[in-house]
Design a protein. Structure first.
Length: 440
């Protein structure tokens, strides 16, 4: 253990010396890219490449240089890696989709403090908006129009998916405005299950969703008749939408609306007393978070070419919530890194370990009974990772600055016994916009 700590210390010192040098950072990207090119099926090589991208973000380079390196890496290097191994490109697309979902849920949970366990319902809404009309399914209840619509209509339906999901978010928000905490979580959980069950049973008396049989094939987007159905097309589409969502989220975070959400999260009563329209702000949080899920739902439907209610189960909502918590609630970089960590852990690391154990079992090197098949315990391993994170890093991988300072202050207060200097009752429990002496 001492040797490992010493090695990490040396690596940290080396990175501290080189992280303000553009050539050194670019060389790190080039080295990990070359490693992936040499061993395109290596999970470790791909993880090192992802780590080098994070290293660019945390380097002390100027923002313009970071942006330039990021554009080159995401715009040229990663698609090139996808040509070597299409699986990596699929992983990148999945990461981008879940990044958008995590950012949307982060607005509801992280910014406004509203625990939503039915978030996948908005994802399903966007998927079915395009899935129904981008396939022959709509011909079952709309006559006189040739279905499926061509892929050129996809761009209009992206906006319709946003509107439909935002409307669903408002409809969810209206009846739960007075609820908080566990009660809000239970109601939103029920809403998500209601949407899934409705989609599952809306095949009679009028066949709208085709019920549990699902909808297929769903058309890919197109531009002037040219189909964008390749993996690299979806990669750049997801990347473009993700950049727009990140821009909107950052603008909201530092806007008057973002500060209002933060005040509601900290103390709803105090926020209302300060003149913040709590009802309107809560509905706006639900609508904005839902709209991000809606647009990615439409992309998901076109990429998969098949959707059914089982794709939008309760566990999907839990998975997205885990991304937000793992990254750090209220933190935009945290939501991005949390989504990346969870998707790569599930699709790459745990799956590779399962495949490795399966190979050992098949070759007779490792004789495990069927009950101990490693693939069956992927969710258990993932749960243990979350538990360890909550114990040793409760603020997440990249916590929001305010949350980090609050936790540090709380630890400082715990270190001072009651009655000693600095242990003033109520100190540090502040109302947003106040002087630090109000109620939480």
């Amino acid at each position: 253990m001492t040797a490992i700590k010493a090695l990490l210390g040396k690596l940290g010192g080396t990175w501290t010396k080189m992280n303000d040098k553009p050539l050194a950072v670019a060389g790190l990207i080039a080295a990990t890219t070359s490693l992936v090119a040499l061993v395109p099926r290596s999970v470790i090589a791909f993880l090192l490449f992802i780590g080098s991208v994070l290293a660019v973000y945390y380097s002390r380079l100027e923002n313009r240089l970071k942006l330039a390196i990021g554009i080159i890496t995401l715009g040229f290097v990663l698609p090139g890696i996808g040509l070597l191994n299409r699986y990596y490109l699929d992983v990148a697309i999945q990461v981008g989709i879940y990044m958008a979902l995590a950012l949307g849920l982060n607005i509801v949970v992280g910014f406004a403090g509203l625990l939503d366990l039915g978030y996948v319902a908005f994802y399903a809404t966007g998927a079915y908006v395009w899935g129904i009309f981008g396939s022959a399914q709509a011909a079952n209840f709309i006559h006189g129009v040739n279905f499926p619509l061509s892929g050129d209509w996809f761009w209009l339906f992206l906006f319709l998916a946003v509107g439909a999901a935002a409307t669903a978010g408002i409809l969810l928000g209206l009846p739960v405005l007075r609820l908080k905490g566990d009660y809000l979580a239970i109601v939103t959980l029920g809403f998500g299950e209601i949407i899934r069950i409705v989609l599952n049973n809306l095949d009679k008396p009028i066949n709208i969703t085709n019920g549990p049989n699902g909808i297929t094939p769903v058309r890919a987007p197109a531009i002037f008749g040219y189909k964008l159905d390749k993996g690299v097309h979806y990669y750049f589409l997801v990347l473009l939408i993700l950049l727009i969502i990140i821009t909107i989220a950052r603008r909201l975070e530092h806007s008057r609306t973002g500060r209002a959400w933060e005040a509601i999260r900290e103390d709803e009563t105090a926020a209302a007393a300060m003149g913040i329209p709590v009802v309107r702000m809560k509905l706006l949080a639900f609508a904005m978070g839902a709209s991000f899920a809606g647009i990615m739902g439409a992309v998901f439907a076109s990429k998969q070419t098949f959707i059914d209610p089982s794709s939008f189960s309760f566990m999907e909502s839990i998975g997205v919530l885990a991304m937000v918590i793992l990254g750090g609630m209220g933190s935009i970089p945290g939501a991005l890194i949390g989504a990346t960590s969870v998707v790569v852990l599930q699709l790459q690391v745990l799956k590779s370990i399962s495949d490795w154990f399966s190979q050992l079992r098949n070759t007779g090197v490792l004789n495990l009974p069927a009950q101990l098949e490693i693939a069956k315990y992927e969710k258990l391993v993932f749960g243990l990772v979350l538990i360890i994170m909550m114990i040793y890093r409760p603020t997440g991988l990249v916590p929001a600055e305010r949350r980090k300072h609050e936790l540090e202050h709380a630890r400082g207060e715990d270190a001072v016994a009651p009655g000693e200097t600095g242990a003033t009752p109520g100190a540090g429990i502040s109302v947003p916009g106040g002087d630090g002496d109000g109620l939480a």
